[in-house]
Design a protein around this ligand. Structure first.
Ligand code: NAD
Length: 254
């Protein structure tokens, strides 16, 4: 499988340095970034090709891995999917725009393209998907991050946001993709609280789900990426796992 990357920052660098072609024939070959130097650096590390326009990779790749921004998903996904290219998308917040979501879904169906969304920086999506249509009554996410991660200069704990996931992704487009992922997994606009906390050095996500099945809580305490404190290491690792799963015969815990 030939893979092209849009967005050659923290997540792309972790993925590229962790995947070798022997990994189920995954060949990450083409690189695009609005900062061409970033694309060239990663292409040179991976022995691939940096392209000046994302469309220049579409004839050569089977899947485009987006690790750039919600805006890049909105700008590029329709064209990529029209070409019948599959996508693995990290900036999942883009899909909280219902009109865009429906448009993209239709394009993918018409062109026999698949869209893959990794679990990202959280654990527990397997359970949420399992119970989503079986009496799930309540899902909440509490995210706690350091001032550095949220780009704030604050020395006491503060609730920055309390409301629906669709609003959270508008206010914090690069910080709360996990809220969109959970919402998509259970097909509802979940309740989200975002807390900035000078006492934490991790990106912490607490999910609570209640319903006819009972109740579960998960807490993920992520080390931030050195290259981008907004991003958690686990997000990149989940994309690597998803990429590797495409050619596997047995799926476990999906
Ligand atoms: N799903 C999740 O759980 C999860 C977790 C962490 C991060 N993310 C998202 O993944 C994306 C990448 O994260 P990162 O930490 O690698 O970010 P980063 O800032 O380190 O790298 C992003 C790269 O994309 C490039 N870029 C941005 N917009 C672009 C555009 N329109 N066209 C071309 N290049 C563009 C930037 O120049 C940069 O090099 C972000 O949107 C982030 O919010 C998702």
């Amino acid at each position: 499988m030939n893979v092209g990357i849009i967005g050659c920052g923290a997540i792309a660098n972790i993925i590229v340095s962790s995947i070798v072609p022997e990994d189920n024939n995954i060949n990450i070959s083409h690189f695009f970034d609005k900062d061409i130097e970033r694309a060239e650096n990663l292409a040179s590390f991976a022995d691939g090709v940096a392209v000046l326009d994302f469309e220049d990779m579409l004839d050569d790749v089977d899947l485009v891995l987006e690790c750039a921004s919600p805006d890049s998903v909105k700008n590029f996904a329709p064209l990529i999917l029209k070409q019948g290219c599959d996508m693995l998308i990290m900036s999942i917040g883009a899909f909280m725009d219902k009109q865009f979501y429906t448009q993209v879904l239709n394009i993918a169906k018409e062109n026999n393209a698949k869209i893959h969304l990794p679990s990202g920086a959280i654990v527990g999506l397997d359970g949420i998907k399992a119970v989503a249509k079986f009496g799930l009554k309540e899902v909440t996410l509490v995210t706690r991050k350091s001032p550095k991660s949220l780009g704030k200069n604050i020395d006491a704990e503060e609730v920055l946001f309390e409301g629906k996931a669709s609003e959270a992704v508008k206010e914090f487009p690069l910080n709360i993709n996990v809220a969109a992922t959970i919402s998509m997994a259970c097909n509802r606009d979940i309740d989200v609280k975002i807390i900035v906390d000078p006492k934490v050095d991790r990106n912490v996500h607490e999910i609570t789900a209640k319903g006819d099945f009972g109740e579960f809580k998960t807490t993920t305490m992520n080390y931030p990426c050195a290259a981008n404190p907004k991003t958690s290491m686990l997000a990149a690792l989940s994309a690597i796992r998803l990429l590797k799963s495409f050619n596997e015969t047995i799926s476990v815990g999906m």
